[in-house]
Design a protein around this ligand. Structure first.
Ligand code: ADQ
Length: 765
């Protein structure tokens, strides 16, 4: 109704003003017309009575019969209801004759010899308004007197009143018809406009505005508006992109600015399986550990900048000892910046959800590393239950009903939908840190539909590469009844749209660990001393979780092949492999551990020189400072993943080399190979190629090393982890703004259905 009133009130007002201004004008005009008619009538009457009147005047004796005849003529004329009276004044100005005798006295003769009045006088009388026309009576050039013809013109006023009433009725009718037409068209257009706006908000308007023959949800006439809105959205997006692209140095402050200015300090929650800080019991005391995880490495600086809540599995032996009654602890302990909420899992839950479904099922399913995924119904049950427990924690920790929730990784494929069901206003950004396989490969999972539906509860779903996004689109296309729009990168399923985008993850810049490092020369000397190898021995490094996807065995095979084809490196090249034990309760990982150890031992025995082993294997966790010191000591870093979402080791190695030296050998199957193009890119399955890359790296001139390293460093500096998180948060902002516009549009559209509902209620009594 509010919308109709917006049209109707001004219309009624405008018509009222028109009536107010037009009525007196019309009155004046009709009065003038009628008076002119009366003047003409008076002339006619004066002409008609002139002759008998003259006869009567000529008759000195006043022949009674003639006078009677004249009077009866006057009386006949007076039968005209509008003619009120006729009178005659002689040429001295005396009223000598009047009929009827009741004619008002104040109607007098005009001055003698006065010029002919073309228009009569208007005289107000008690009984009404009179029109008095004075006409000279002239015969043969002799002026005999004046004839007064008096008309009652009250009828003009009555007609004017009628005309005014008709005018008001007419304007009211016109107003009514116009209002009806306007309201109908407005409702019609409004609905189209809403549809168009919604389409635009979903990013379809550009398509509809540009594609010839495409169906137009907003109506043809609304295309210009859709175009304008599309241009506006484009401008906003361009501004966002420009901000993203022009901001060369992304830092924690950039994230704080986004949170403060764009997200207005809105609540941010992170959910991941791995916690960023683990409290472990050591004898009498408690030790703090940082896990060897790319995910944690990436998100920790983001959380420091956002001061939100991180929800994770409390896996440390002393974790329960340091939390408060709500299972929360402030971290980092020395300089608290955010809250860690721990979720406790039983041994059975951990076995089924983490080791079972996530790491024996989904991990091998998503990595092409030729390890068969294992799916057990019991593991699936635990996976579902643990996802539900984390959803409970999100709802408990959330202070608002529309927080921004960053869901991390393949451990929580069901969580986005569970959060969406309980916090419909939440902006859920899910990041899938590992590759997404093609539809055929994903199709072997017995619970593929549930996993996809779970993920599509997200507002934004992120992958490292466009290739993984495309695989996801193909998988959904193949498995679900969903609308997949690759132009706008959107999938609509079950009512809410999910945008699928590429967000290549990175590391913090500058890395905190780098600031604590001695000079490269010192790192080189220290490492060589510690490893017991000569100062001239070239050192290679590999840093990984001990995982079959990392291609550690393939790496060793390449080193062995290098020593075969270029034996001059025997005793002059050593490769340090540090491998953090990982998922060691899974058989596949235990067997990998054994195979890696055996391979290292075999190669070392084969090329034993009694002082410089080709492979130094350290299967243990190292803290970040130590890892960075070793990166700086090494002449080359070898990343030979068989399949890897991104691989942060490659970026860390580049970041650690502020001396612009060192060579990176990088697998073509790691997401990082799409960005670090100056690395020596290899196929880890091709042992000859990898050995050759090692040979090239060992012989590479310092100038070439510098050129390559400089270029890679500038890329990692620019595309650091703050940018990764910042782009997701900016996209979340854009999405929240769109949702706001959409809900405003819906609120404004509500009067129509509400009005209909009221009518129905009234009809229903
Ligand atoms: P990960 O498979 O864990 O990550 P990666 O990206 O290489 O792999 O990160 C490993 C991290 O652990 C690095 O920060 C590294 O320094 C650290 N690390 C490795 N070995 C270590 C050791 N022995 N001691 C101490 N620290 C060690 C998953 C995906 C990747 C993706 C990341 C981030 O598999 O493809 O890049 O998430 O999204």
């Amino acid at each position: 109704m509010r919308l109709s009133l917006r049209f109707l009130l001004p219309l009624a007002l405008a018509l009222g003003v028109v009536a107010y201004v037009a009525a007196p004008l019309i009155d004046k005009l009709t009065f003038a017309w009628f008076v002119r008619d009366i003047d003409i009538r008076a002339n006619l009457i004066a002409n008609a009575v002139q002759e008998p009147l003259v006869e009567m005047l000529d008759d000195k004796d006043r022949d009674a019969a003639r006078v009677q005849r004249v009077e009866s003529l006057f009386n006949r004329i007076l039968q005209d209801e509008r003619l009120f009276a006729i009178a005659f004044c002689d040429n001295r100005g005396a009223l000598v004759y009047k009929t009827p005798p009741t004619m008002p006295n104040n109607i007098r003769c005009g001055p003698v010899g006065a010029p002919l009045e073309e228009t009569g006088r208007i005289v107000e009388e008690k009984g009404g308004t009179l029109h008095v026309a004075t006409r000279p009576v002239v015969i043969d050039g002799q002026h005999l007197g004046q004839l007064l013809v008096v008309h009652d013109i009250s009828f003009i006023q009555r007609r004017s009143a009628d005309t005014r009433a008709y005018l008001v009725y007419l304007l009211a009718a016109i107003g009514g018809v116009f209002a009806l037409i306007t309201v109908i068209i407005a409702e019609w257009s409004w609905r189209g406009w809403i549809a168009g706006t919604k389409a635009l908000i979903r990013g379809q308007a550009r398509f509809h505005a540009q594609e010839p023959g495409a169906q137009d949800p907003g109506g043809r006439e609304l295309r210009p508006i859709a175009r304008d809105l599309a241009a506006l959205v484009n401008d906003l997006e361009t501004e966002r992109r420009t901000r993203d692209e022009s901001q060369v140095s992304w830092a924690p402050q950039s994230l704080r600015t986004i949170l403060r200015e764009d997200l207005k300090g809105e609540e941010v929650l992170i959910v991941s399986n791995r916690e960023p800080y683990i409290h472990v019991r050591r004898g009498e005391g408690i030790e703090l550990q940082r896990p060897a995880s790319g995910l944690v490495t990436a998100l920790e600086p983001v959380m420091r900048a956002c001061s939100g809540t991180w929800i994770a599995h409390g896996s440390g032996s002393a974790d329960r000892d340091v939390v408060d009654t709500n299972d929360r602890v402030q971290v980092p302990p020395d300089n608290p910046a955010y809250r860690l909420r721990r979720v406790w899992l039983t041994k059975e839950e951990e076995a089924g959800y983490y080791y079972g479904f996530a790491n024996e099922g989904l991990w091998p399913l998503c990595h092409i590393a030729h390890t068969r995924p294992v799916f057990r119904a019991a593991d699936w049950e635990q996976y579902r239950e643990v996802n539900r427990r984390f959803a409970d924690a999100v709802v408990e920790e959330s202070k608002s009903d529309n927080p921004i929730v960053l869901v991390q990784d393949y451990h929580f494929a069901l969580l986005p939908r569970m959060i969406r069901d309980r916090l419909p206003g939440a902006t859920i950004i899910t990041f899938w840190h590992i590759p997404w396989p093609n539809p055929e490969t994903f199709g072997v999972c017995p619970w593929q539909t549930e996993l996809l539906e779970g993920l599509l509860g997200s507002s934004i779903l992120g992958f490292h590469t466009q290739f993984h996004c495309n695989n996801f689109f193909d998988t959904v296309d193949r498995s679900l009844e969903a609308r997949v729009d690759r132009d706008t990168f959107t999938i609509s399923h079950g009512g809410n749209p999910t945008e699928v985008h590429r967000y290549p993850i990175s590391i913090e810049w500058p890395p905190a660990a780098l600031a604590r490092q001695p000079a490269v020369a010192d790192c080189r000397d220290a490492a060589r001393r510690e490893l017991g190898i000569g100062p001239d021995v070239k050192l290679g490094i590999g840093v990984d979780r001990l995982d079959y996807t990392k291609g550690i065995l393939e790496r060793f095979a390449a080193i062995e092949r290098l020593l075969e084809i270029e034996p001059q490196w025997i005793g002059r090249f050593s490769f340090l492999q540090i491998a953090a034990p990982s998922r060691s309760s899974i058989e596949e990982y235990q067997s990998l551990d054994a195979r890696v150890r055996a391979a290292a031992q075999r190669i070392n025995e084969r090329f034993d020189t009694g002082g410089c082993p080709p492979i130094v294997l350290r299967i243990e966790h190292h803290d970040a400072d130590r890892v960075y010191a070793l990166y700086r000591a090494a002449d080359l870093c070898f990343v030979s993943s068989l399949h890897d979402g991104m691989n942060l080791v490659a970026k860390e190695y580049v970041a650690s080399r502020d001396d612009e030296r060192g060579v990176l050998i990088l697998s073509q199957f790691a997401g990082a190979s799409r960005e670090l193009l100056e690395a020596l890119i290899v196929n880890p399955y091709d042992t000859e190629q990898c050995a050759n890359a090692l040979r090239v790296a060992l012989a590479m001139s310092p100038a070439e090393q510098r050129d390559r390293m400089r270029s890679m460093r500038s890329l990692v500096r620019e595309f650091n982890v703050y940018r990764w998180a910042g782009r997701m948060l900016l996209d979340a902002t854009r999405m929240r703004n769109r949702r706001k516009i959409e809900s405003q549009a819906q609120t404004q559209a509500q009067p129509w259905p509400r009005r209909g509902a009221k009518i129905l209620r009234l009809r229903g009594g």
